[in-house]
Design a protein around this ligand. Structure first.
Ligand code: TXA
Ligand code: MG
Length: 340
């Protein structure tokens, strides 16, 4: 067992001491669970909770020590800034300066799977550590009822990256979080599988043309329709800008072969749409038999988890069309396939 103090926190120095990884406490996301989670967050502990995209590993964003625990548990490079989650859109201007484009996007898409990167306001109580020392701040108002209830009950902005160790697959179920993080998280609030299944879309509104930093659960086209203009793209900019973006992010243990038009010995198949070749008794998960990209996004990380657990050395991935949520899916798959 990993010792904890009275708030349920694991002392930082002990976090990686237990290789067997004790199981975390899991509570259903009912009123009692939300109360307990809010209490733990206010006491500086880490709580994993569902959003409409993926499970987040939450900490009080105004408490630098709590934020440091996130980096420690994730094993995440320090220059990766975190998203501050807010209970309501009206809280945003306390933390950031919003130009006309940012206001329009917040109005149209909050609460929802959109993160805005904005110039930080002077007086924001969000810890600089959560912002990795940047002059900007990432804000999101999630739509999931459990996330909203938890944020209201906590009464503070909550910093929350996806609740997985750095470079691992993002969690879409409480069991993924428990398996990956173990007792390094004080509590997992179980609200069932997440609906969207890929992370939020990130758009920077930093004074110049709004730019897409990360494709995600809100399709680019929907954003461009509201803005009435195409989003700029900031591909290949050197760190610390959009780095959910390190080369081998989202990596399963198995190798990943993209664009598969056949299945080779020893491979597992990640399918999309009808499978036009034989698969024998290989492990197969289809992201969407009918070729529906929304269904595919919701299943993506769960499918990678399942195929990785099958023990196959390589996961062969059928092509996914480069439109709508297909962009975010292909972005994640390309990272999963990156050399490591
Ligand atoms: O759906 C989501 O966004 C989930 C749920 C839990 O809300 N969260 C999530 O967080 O995906 P995370 O930490 O895994 O990804 C946050 C991304 C990182 O790529 C980070 O670099 C970027 O947001 N980011 C945060 N602050 C930024 C800033 N000031 N400038 C540029 N990028 C920033
Ligand atoms: Mg992540």
């Amino acid at each position: 067992m990993i010792p904890r103090d009275e708030t349920g926190r694991t002392p930082l120095r002990l976090m990686h001491a237990d290789k067997t990884r004790a199981a975390p406490r899991i509570m259903p996301a009912d009123a009692a669970g939300i109360d307990e989670a809010a209490r733990l967050l206010r006491a500086g502990a880490l709580v994993a909770f569902a959003t409409e995209t993926v499970y987040g590993l939450g900490a009080d964003a105004t408490d630098a020590e709590a934020v440091a625990r996130i980096f420690a548990v994730k094993g995440r490079p320090r220059f990766n800034p975190l998203i501050a989650h807010l209970a309501a859109p009206g809280e945003a201007e306390r933390h950031a300066r919003m130009d006309a484009a940012a206001r329009r996007l917040a109005e149209a898409f909050w609460p929802g799977p959109l993160t805005l990167v904005l110039p930080a306001a002077e007086g924001t109580p969000v810890s600089p550590l959560a912002r990795a020392g940047l002059a900007s701040i990432a804000l999101r108002v999630p739509a999931h009822p459990v996330a909203r209830a938890l944020l209201s009950a906590t009464g503070r902005p909550v910093a929350a990256p996806s609740a997985n160790r750095s470079g691992r697959i993002s969690p879409t179920r409480a069991a993924h979080v428990a398996g990956d993080l173990g007792a390094d998280v004080a509590l997992v609030l179980d609200a069932g599988p997440t609906g969207i299944g890929v992370e939020s879309t990130i758009v920077a509104c930093l004074g110049n043309a709004p730019a897409l930093l990360r494709p995600g659960g809100l399709p680019r086209e929907a954003i461009e329709t509201v803005l009435g203009r195409p989003l700029a793209t900031r591909e290949g900019k050197a760190a610390p800008l959009a780095p959910g973006m390190l080369a081998s992010h989202y990596a399963p243990s198995a190798a990943v072969r993209l664009g598969a038009a056949d299945l080779r010995p020893g491979e597992a198949l990640l399918g999309f749409g009808p499978v036009p070749f034989a698969t024998g008794d290989a492990p197969v998960v289809n992201l969407s038999e009918s070729g529906d990209l929304v269904e595919a996004a919701a299943r993506l990380f769960d499918a990678l988890h399942q195929l990785d657990a099958s023990g196959a050395r390589t996961i062969a991935v059928m092509p996914v069309p480069e439109e709508g949520l297909g962009l975010a899916i292909n972005d994640r798959l390309a990272r999963a396939a990156a050399p490591r």
